[in-house]
Design a protein around this ligand. Structure first.
Ligand code: ADP
Ligand code: MG
Length: 323
């Protein structure tokens, strides 16, 4: 199977909304009048973002999901994707499962794969996503203001617990272990929620590198601080139970506050918008939980069960170039 046969067989579908899809030197799209294009790229490298023997269908899902999550964070509707892949070989079973996982998620949101690049090399997958958002209405990191409530969708820490299970650092009963691995391998991007929060949220980000780091990005761009409460962070009961015993507290705190791969939305909104935020959550079918508020200054404080600020220095967000 040569490169062109591979592209034709696994990654080519007729263009629907696009003016021109896979097969020419460029794809062509016509943005809807009155909309801005939201563009983002996310790269997944084997051995760094996923384990080398990752199940290919789940990997196809996650490769697109992490990009849809960026669209969600700005409140854009995902429309088109480009896929650049370096593959060690052209394994038909792997390609079939990978493209099945990718297209299943693409179809769920009406996203069209309109192009890409394919080369031989160490397994690396890079999707560029194109979304649409009504002009001037994208949710930005820079909009948080003192007094805003800080919210988070879904549950935090489950995916990081899944990674700990895979690495042998955490022992969970069968059902919990499955839940944790599923969160890690098949994240659900919060696309509907991001769209529903347009005009309601003041700022937003997706939690890909852990709450402390990602909320920190909102604070930096908004020139503000925040106070959040550990006891209000939404998480699985089995993870909360591990906060209590000293032996498991550090890992549980790490999962909740610094564990990556949650792909939930963290956003802020004035308290007057609380009812609309809750309505947006139910419209999108995902729980939204208030976890604290924005304050003057630049510091992020996470208060423990006794109201004392936790020492966050040992819980740094994932940073590829950090020491
Ligand atoms: P070029 O030589 O112009 O870079 P290619 O031969 O790499 O073009 O690709 C041929 C066509 O297939 C192009 O339309 C390109 O966008 C598309 N394509 C290549 N790889 C992929 C892929 N992995 N997924 C989707 N489309 C792809
Ligand atoms: Mg090419």
């Amino acid at each position: 199977m040569d490169e062109f046969e591979l592209i034709r067989r696994y990654f080519t579908r007729p263009a629907r909304r696009a003016v021109l899809g896979v097969g020419d030197d460029c794809a062509l799209i016509a943005p809807r009048p009155g909309y801005e294009l939201a563009l983002s790229t996310d790269m997944l490298v084997a051995g760094r973002h996923f384990l080398r023997d990752a199940e290919p269908e789940a990997l196809g899902h996650k490769t697109l999901a992490v990009n849809l999550s960026d669209c969600a964070a700005v409140g854009a509707e995902p429309r088109y994707a480009l896929l650049a892949g370096a593959l060690p070989d052209a394994n038909p079973d792997w390609l079939e499962a990978f493209s099945r996982g990718l297209f299943a998620l693409a179809d769920r949101y009406g996203v069209e794969l309109i192009g890409g690049d394919t080369t031989r090399g160490p397994l690396t997958l890079c999707v560029t996503i194109v979304g649409e958002v009504p002009a001037g209405r994208a949710l930005l990191r820079s909009g948080a203001r003192p007094g805003d409530t800080v919210w988070v969708s879904g549950m935090l820490g489950t995916a990081a617990a899944g990674l700990a299970v895979l690495r042998g650092g955490l022992d969970l009963p069968e059902a919990e272990s499955r839940q944790a691995l599923d969160a890690l391998q098949r994240p659900d991007p919060r696309v509907e929620l991001g769209v529903a929060l347009r005009g309601i949220a003041a700022s937003a980000i997706d939690v890909s590198d852990g709450l402390v780091g990602d909320l920190g990005h909102i604070l930096e761009r908004s020139a503000a601080g925040a106070e959040i409460e550990l006891s209000r962070l939404p998480c699985a009961g089995w993870l909360r139970a591990r906060l209590e015993p000293a032996a498991s507290r550090h890992l549980a705190l790490h999962c909740l506050l610094a564990g990556g791969d949650d792909y939930e939305l963290c956003f802020t909104a004035p308290p007057s918008q609380a009812t609309r935020v809750l309505a947006a959550g139910s419209e999108a079918g995902v729980a939204v939980t208030p976890i604290g508020h924005i304050v003057e200054g630049a510091a992020l404080a996470v208060l423990d069960e006794h109201g004392h600020a936790l020492d966050l220095s040992g819980l740094r967000a994932f940073d590829h170039f950090g020491s």
